[in-house]
Design a protein around this ligand. Structure first.
Ligand SMILES: Nc1nc2c(ncn2[C@@H]2O[C@H](COP(=O)(O)OP(=O)(O)O)[C@@H](O)[C@H]2O)c(=O)[nH]1
Ligand SMILES: [Mg+2]
Length: 253
Protein backbone atom coordinates (compact mmCIF):
# COMPACT_ATOMS: atom_id res chain seq x y z
CA UNK A 1 0.00 0.00 0.00
CA UNK A 2 1.14 3.53 -0.77
CA UNK A 3 2.46 5.68 2.08
CA UNK A 4 0.37 8.75 1.20
CA UNK A 5 -3.17 9.53 0.12
CA UNK A 6 -4.23 12.71 -1.65
CA UNK A 7 -7.92 13.47 -0.99
CA UNK A 8 -9.84 15.82 -3.31
CA UNK A 9 -13.55 16.63 -3.05
CA UNK A 10 -15.13 17.31 -6.42
CA UNK A 11 -18.24 19.03 -7.60
CA UNK A 12 -18.44 19.71 -11.34
CA UNK A 13 -14.72 19.29 -11.98
CA UNK A 14 -14.90 17.21 -15.16
CA UNK A 15 -12.38 19.45 -16.90
CA UNK A 16 -9.82 19.12 -14.09
CA UNK A 17 -9.79 15.62 -12.62
CA UNK A 18 -7.74 13.78 -15.23
CA UNK A 19 -5.03 16.41 -15.32
CA UNK A 20 -4.85 16.82 -11.53
CA UNK A 21 -4.62 13.06 -10.93
CA UNK A 22 -1.92 12.71 -13.56
CA UNK A 23 0.07 15.61 -12.11
CA UNK A 24 -0.31 14.57 -8.47
CA UNK A 25 0.48 10.88 -8.96
CA UNK A 26 3.43 11.83 -11.14
CA UNK A 27 4.75 14.29 -8.55
CA UNK A 28 4.33 11.97 -5.56
CA UNK A 29 5.26 8.42 -6.49
CA UNK A 30 4.44 7.16 -3.00
CA UNK A 31 0.79 8.29 -3.18
CA UNK A 32 -2.65 7.01 -4.01
CA UNK A 33 -5.49 9.36 -4.92
CA UNK A 34 -9.02 9.48 -3.50
CA UNK A 35 -11.73 11.63 -5.10
CA UNK A 36 -14.95 12.27 -3.19
CA UNK A 37 -17.65 13.28 -5.65
CA UNK A 38 -21.08 14.61 -4.68
CA UNK A 39 -22.96 13.27 -7.71
CA UNK A 40 -21.75 16.16 -9.89
CA UNK A 41 -24.33 16.97 -12.59
CA UNK A 42 -21.55 17.44 -15.17
CA UNK A 43 -20.60 13.76 -15.10
CA UNK A 44 -17.40 14.05 -13.04
CA UNK A 45 -18.41 10.88 -11.14
CA UNK A 46 -18.62 8.69 -14.25
CA UNK A 47 -15.30 10.01 -15.50
CA UNK A 48 -13.72 9.25 -12.10
CA UNK A 49 -15.06 5.68 -12.26
CA UNK A 50 -13.37 5.20 -15.63
CA UNK A 51 -10.11 6.64 -14.26
CA UNK A 52 -10.28 4.37 -11.20
CA UNK A 53 -10.82 1.24 -13.27
CA UNK A 54 -7.84 2.14 -15.46
CA UNK A 55 -5.45 2.99 -12.60
CA UNK A 56 -5.25 1.06 -9.30
CA UNK A 57 -3.81 4.13 -7.56
CA UNK A 58 -7.05 6.09 -8.14
CA UNK A 59 -10.10 5.59 -5.90
CA UNK A 60 -13.55 7.22 -5.84
CA UNK A 61 -16.23 7.69 -3.21
CA UNK A 62 -19.64 8.67 -4.49
CA UNK A 63 -22.07 10.62 -2.37
CA UNK A 64 -25.72 11.14 -3.24
CA UNK A 65 -25.76 14.92 -3.61
CA UNK A 66 -24.00 18.20 -2.86
CA UNK A 67 -23.32 18.30 0.86
CA UNK A 68 -20.31 20.57 0.95
CA UNK A 69 -16.56 20.21 1.04
CA UNK A 70 -16.43 19.44 4.76
CA UNK A 71 -18.73 16.40 4.54
CA UNK A 72 -16.71 15.11 1.59
CA UNK A 73 -13.42 15.41 3.50
CA UNK A 74 -14.90 13.65 6.53
CA UNK A 75 -15.86 10.71 4.30
CA UNK A 76 -12.40 10.75 2.72
CA UNK A 77 -10.58 10.87 6.07
CA UNK A 78 -12.61 7.94 7.43
CA UNK A 79 -11.82 5.98 4.26
CA UNK A 80 -8.11 6.72 4.79
CA UNK A 81 -8.25 5.64 8.45
CA UNK A 82 -9.67 2.25 7.41
CA UNK A 83 -6.44 1.78 5.46
CA UNK A 84 -2.77 2.14 6.34
CA UNK A 85 -1.89 5.55 4.90
CA UNK A 86 0.72 7.44 6.96
CA UNK A 87 0.23 10.86 5.32
CA UNK A 88 -3.08 12.29 4.20
CA UNK A 89 -3.28 15.36 1.97
CA UNK A 90 -6.08 17.81 1.27
CA UNK A 91 -5.97 19.36 -2.19
CA UNK A 92 -8.48 21.09 -4.50
CA UNK A 93 -9.21 19.75 -7.97
CA UNK A 94 -8.90 23.08 -9.75
CA UNK A 95 -5.08 23.60 -9.84
CA UNK A 96 -5.26 26.43 -7.31
CA UNK A 97 -2.94 24.13 -5.40
CA UNK A 98 0.10 23.13 -7.41
CA UNK A 99 0.63 19.34 -7.37
CA UNK A 100 4.35 19.99 -7.80
CA UNK A 101 4.33 21.18 -4.16
CA UNK A 102 3.23 17.76 -2.86
CA UNK A 103 6.74 16.31 -2.32
CA UNK A 104 7.79 19.40 -0.36
CA UNK A 105 4.76 19.19 1.94
CA UNK A 106 5.37 15.46 2.40
CA UNK A 107 9.02 16.07 3.32
CA UNK A 108 8.08 18.74 5.86
CA UNK A 109 5.72 16.23 7.49
CA UNK A 110 8.89 14.51 8.74
CA UNK A 111 9.23 17.37 11.21
CA UNK A 112 5.63 18.49 11.75
CA UNK A 113 2.33 16.76 12.40
CA UNK A 114 0.39 19.04 10.10
CA UNK A 115 1.88 21.02 7.23
CA UNK A 116 -0.15 23.95 5.90
CA UNK A 117 0.43 25.28 2.43
CA UNK A 118 0.22 28.98 3.22
CA UNK A 119 -0.70 31.76 0.82
CA UNK A 120 0.24 34.47 3.27
CA UNK A 121 3.28 33.48 5.31
CA UNK A 122 6.00 36.00 4.43
CA UNK A 123 3.82 37.98 1.98
CA UNK A 124 0.77 37.47 -0.22
CA UNK A 125 1.03 35.00 -3.08
CA UNK A 126 -2.30 34.70 -4.86
CA UNK A 127 -2.58 35.24 -8.58
CA UNK A 128 -5.70 36.24 -10.53
CA UNK A 129 -8.07 36.58 -7.60
CA UNK A 130 -10.51 39.50 -7.43
CA UNK A 131 -9.44 42.00 -4.79
CA UNK A 132 -12.66 41.36 -2.84
CA UNK A 133 -11.89 37.67 -2.50
CA UNK A 134 -8.32 38.42 -1.46
CA UNK A 135 -9.46 40.92 1.18
CA UNK A 136 -11.93 38.38 2.52
CA UNK A 137 -9.19 35.80 3.03
CA UNK A 138 -6.77 38.25 4.61
CA UNK A 139 -9.45 39.58 6.99
CA UNK A 140 -10.63 36.07 7.85
CA UNK A 141 -7.07 35.12 8.77
CA UNK A 142 -6.73 38.16 11.07
CA UNK A 143 -10.11 37.47 12.68
CA UNK A 144 -9.18 33.84 13.38
CA UNK A 145 -5.88 34.91 14.91
CA UNK A 146 -7.49 37.49 17.16
CA UNK A 147 -10.34 35.30 18.43
CA UNK A 148 -8.70 31.88 18.76
CA UNK A 149 -5.06 32.80 19.36
CA UNK A 150 -3.93 30.50 16.55
CA UNK A 151 -0.73 32.08 15.26
CA UNK A 152 -1.10 31.15 11.60
CA UNK A 153 -0.92 33.45 8.58
CA UNK A 154 -3.36 31.34 6.53
CA UNK A 155 -5.81 29.33 8.65
CA UNK A 156 -8.41 28.94 5.87
CA UNK A 157 -6.11 27.33 3.31
CA UNK A 158 -7.05 23.93 1.91
CA UNK A 159 -3.68 22.51 0.84
CA UNK A 160 -2.48 20.43 3.76
CA UNK A 161 -0.53 17.32 4.71
CA UNK A 162 -1.57 15.55 7.92
CA UNK A 163 0.37 12.82 9.63
CA UNK A 164 -2.05 9.97 10.27
CA UNK A 165 -1.89 10.49 14.06
CA UNK A 166 -3.56 13.89 13.66
CA UNK A 167 -6.48 12.47 11.71
CA UNK A 168 -6.80 9.74 14.35
CA UNK A 169 -6.88 12.25 17.20
CA UNK A 170 -9.11 15.07 15.91
CA UNK A 171 -12.33 13.06 16.19
CA UNK A 172 -13.25 13.21 12.51
CA UNK A 173 -16.89 12.02 12.82
CA UNK A 174 -17.81 15.05 14.97
CA UNK A 175 -16.41 17.65 12.52
CA UNK A 176 -19.50 19.61 11.60
CA UNK A 177 -18.40 22.49 9.43
CA UNK A 178 -18.11 22.98 5.71
CA UNK A 179 -16.41 25.43 3.38
CA UNK A 180 -13.72 27.64 4.88
CA UNK A 181 -14.89 26.72 8.35
CA UNK A 182 -13.81 23.16 7.81
CA UNK A 183 -10.22 24.27 7.34
CA UNK A 184 -10.35 26.40 10.47
CA UNK A 185 -12.00 23.66 12.54
CA UNK A 186 -9.53 20.91 11.58
CA UNK A 187 -6.58 23.22 12.14
CA UNK A 188 -7.90 24.35 15.51
CA UNK A 189 -8.47 20.77 16.70
CA UNK A 190 -4.94 19.77 15.75
CA UNK A 191 -3.35 22.87 17.26
CA UNK A 192 -5.30 23.00 20.54
CA UNK A 193 -4.53 19.30 21.13
CA UNK A 194 -0.83 20.09 20.94
CA UNK A 195 0.19 18.88 17.52
CA UNK A 196 3.04 20.65 15.76
CA UNK A 197 1.78 22.73 12.84
CA UNK A 198 4.13 24.16 10.23
CA UNK A 199 3.26 26.72 7.55
CA UNK A 200 5.14 26.64 4.27
CA UNK A 201 4.77 29.18 1.46
CA UNK A 202 2.78 28.19 -1.61
CA UNK A 203 1.66 30.11 -4.67
CA UNK A 204 -2.12 29.92 -5.02
CA UNK A 205 -3.52 30.41 -8.51
CA UNK A 206 -7.14 31.09 -9.27
CA UNK A 207 -8.88 28.08 -10.78
CA UNK A 208 -8.04 27.38 -14.43
CA UNK A 209 -11.53 26.19 -15.39
CA UNK A 210 -14.93 25.53 -13.92
CA UNK A 211 -16.56 27.80 -11.32
CA UNK A 212 -15.96 28.49 -7.63
CA UNK A 213 -18.49 27.25 -5.08
CA UNK A 214 -17.74 30.08 -2.68
CA UNK A 215 -20.82 31.93 -1.37
CA UNK A 216 -22.09 34.18 1.38
CA UNK A 217 -23.33 31.39 3.66
CA UNK A 218 -19.81 29.92 3.71
CA UNK A 219 -18.56 33.25 5.06
CA UNK A 220 -21.18 33.59 7.78
CA UNK A 221 -20.68 29.96 8.81
CA UNK A 222 -17.01 30.76 9.37
CA UNK A 223 -17.77 33.89 11.41
CA UNK A 224 -19.87 31.89 13.87
CA UNK A 225 -17.60 28.88 13.98
CA UNK A 226 -14.55 30.85 15.06
CA UNK A 227 -16.33 32.15 18.15
CA UNK A 228 -17.67 28.68 18.93
CA UNK A 229 -14.21 27.12 18.71
CA UNK A 230 -12.87 29.60 21.21
CA UNK A 231 -15.76 29.01 23.64
CA UNK A 232 -15.59 25.23 23.22
CA UNK A 233 -11.90 25.23 24.08
CA UNK A 234 -12.81 26.90 27.40
CA UNK A 235 -11.67 30.31 26.16
CA UNK A 236 -8.17 28.93 25.85
CA UNK A 237 -6.01 30.70 23.35
CA UNK A 238 -3.11 28.28 23.35
CA UNK A 239 -2.53 24.50 23.41
CA UNK A 240 -2.32 22.70 26.74
CA UNK A 241 1.02 21.18 25.90
CA UNK A 242 2.61 18.85 23.41
CA UNK A 243 0.31 16.00 22.36
CA UNK A 244 1.80 12.63 23.39
CA UNK A 245 1.45 11.38 19.81
CA UNK A 246 3.01 14.50 18.28
CA UNK A 247 6.23 14.12 16.41
CA UNK A 248 7.58 16.74 18.83
CA UNK A 249 6.89 14.42 21.79
CA UNK A 250 8.60 11.53 20.06
CA UNK A 251 11.63 13.63 19.17
CA UNK A 252 12.02 14.61 22.85
CA UNK A 253 12.15 11.00 24.03
N1 LIG B 1 -17.66 16.77 -2.99
C1 LIG B 1 -17.79 18.12 -2.95
N2 LIG B 1 -16.77 18.89 -3.38
C2 LIG B 1 -16.93 20.24 -3.32
C3 LIG B 1 -18.09 20.87 -2.84
N3 LIG B 1 -17.93 22.22 -2.90
C4 LIG B 1 -16.69 22.42 -3.41
N4 LIG B 1 -16.07 21.22 -3.68
C5 LIG B 1 -14.71 20.99 -4.19
O1 LIG B 1 -13.82 21.53 -3.24
C6 LIG B 1 -12.70 22.14 -3.90
C7 LIG B 1 -12.65 23.65 -3.56
O2 LIG B 1 -13.81 24.29 -4.06
P1 LIG B 1 -13.76 25.64 -4.93
O3 LIG B 1 -15.08 25.83 -5.57
O4 LIG B 1 -12.57 25.61 -5.83
O5 LIG B 1 -13.59 26.72 -3.82
P2 LIG B 1 -12.61 27.96 -3.84
O6 LIG B 1 -11.28 27.46 -4.32
O7 LIG B 1 -12.59 28.40 -2.41
O8 LIG B 1 -13.24 28.92 -4.78
C8 LIG B 1 -12.89 21.85 -5.39
O9 LIG B 1 -12.18 20.69 -5.72
C9 LIG B 1 -14.39 21.65 -5.51
O10 LIG B 1 -14.77 20.83 -6.59
C10 LIG B 1 -19.17 20.01 -2.41
O11 LIG B 1 -20.24 20.44 -1.99
N5 LIG B 1 -18.96 18.66 -2.47
MG1 LIG C 1 -10.76 26.63 -5.85
Amino acid sequence: MAESLVVTPTYNERENVEAIAHAALGALESADYLFVDDNSPDGTGELLDRMASADPRIHVLHRPGKQGLGRAYVAGFLWALERDYRYIFEMDADFSHNPADLPRLRKLADEADLVLGSRFVGGIRITNWPLSRLMLSVCAAAYVRIVTGMPFADPTGGFKCYRREVIEEIDVPTLRSNGYSFQIETLHRAWIRGFRVLETPIIFEDRRSGVSKMNRSIVSEAMFLVGRLWVRSGLRRRPRGVHPRSIAARAAQ
